[in-house]
Design a protein around this ligand. Structure first.
Ligand code: 15L
Length: 268
């Protein structure tokens, strides 16, 4: 199996690179930034996802593309032009490049922020209505829609993973619901890359946290069995600050609060 991973020098990319090392006939690691030299079975390529021709060249002879490249949020939301060029145009380029190269599967790093404005009493699953909480969340909604299109129209098997809080350990109160450990992240991506043929799936990237707001029940067949849980870090919790009154109402937490000028009472 030959796998291309975009955003390979990012936080998740580096953990996947280590965790999946040696599993594939070729692991092609792509980023706009410099990367550690290629090891056995690896190949490093440097390009900007804004360049469709470069993306198409990187997709040549790949079976699967793991698309991580994108602009995140913290500490503040990036300006729309950057989100547009990297997360929207860049994601289109990678999907289209994969199609042109005959890639059979795409694993797309979506985000929990596609459902960020759901109230915490709601347990979200794959069919829950999208309620993005930032332009970043909107860009991930776009990526998931693109995934649907490329699955239905072109028969590419697409997995969209709504990643929660990817950290070594939970760092704040919300992450007792949203945390995903490094080890569980590796397992989840590996299952999606290696699963037998499927058409389209949406999954939540979350560890086995007792308080989680998201359900992967429909994904039992995938075999993702998280090994970590936030409650194992309960002793560290008392030292973590409380969330503000708006953040603690919604799945997206502080992402909902960023630039907020609405009325929370109107958000059902
Ligand atoms: C995300 O999608 C962000 O990329 C990440 O940095 C985290 O903040 C995470 O969501 C979260 O919800 O905690």
């Amino acid at each position: 199996m030959r796998v291309l991973m975009t955003g390979a020098a990012g936080e998740i990319g580096q953990v996947l690179r280590r965790g999946l090392a040696g599993r594939y006939d070729l692991f092609r690691l792509a980023d706009i930034a410099d990367q550690a030299p290629a090891g056995k079975g690896e190949e490093c390529v440097k390009f900007d996802v804004g360049d469709l021709d470069a993306a198409a060249a990187a997709c040549q002879s790949m079976d699967c593309v793991v698309h991580l490249a994108g602009i995140p949020v913290e500490p503040q939301e990036n300006a729309w032009p950057q989100i547009h060029s990297t997360n929207i145009v860049g994601t289109y380029n990678v999907f289209e490049a994969a199609r042109r190269a005959g890639v059979r599967r795409i694993v797309f790093a979506s985000s929990n922020h596609v459902v960020g404005f759901h109230r915490r009493e709601t347990v979200a699953d794959a069919d829950t209505t999208m309620r993005p909480d930032t332009f970043y969340g909107v860009s991930k909604v776009f990526g998931e829609a693109l995934g649907r299109l490329y699955a239905d129209k072109h028969g590419i098997s697409v997995a969209c993973l709504r990643i929660g809080s990817f950290r070594e350990r939970p760092e704040d109160q919300r992450q007792f619901a949203t945390w995903i450990s490094h080890r569980d992240t590796v397992q989840l991506f590996q299952r999606c890359i290696e699963a037998p043929q499927f058409h389209f799936l949406v999954g939540y990237g979350v560890s086995d946290n007792a308080e989680k707001f998201w359900s992967n029940q429909e994904l039992e067949w995938l075999g993702y069995r998280p090994e970590d849980k936030a409650q194992d870090h309960a002793s560290e919790r008392a030292a973590m600050p409380e969330e503000d009154a708006l953040s603690r109402q919604f799945h997206g937490g502080s992402f909902c609060t960023m630039n907020f000028s609405g009325n929370p009472d109107q958000i059902d």
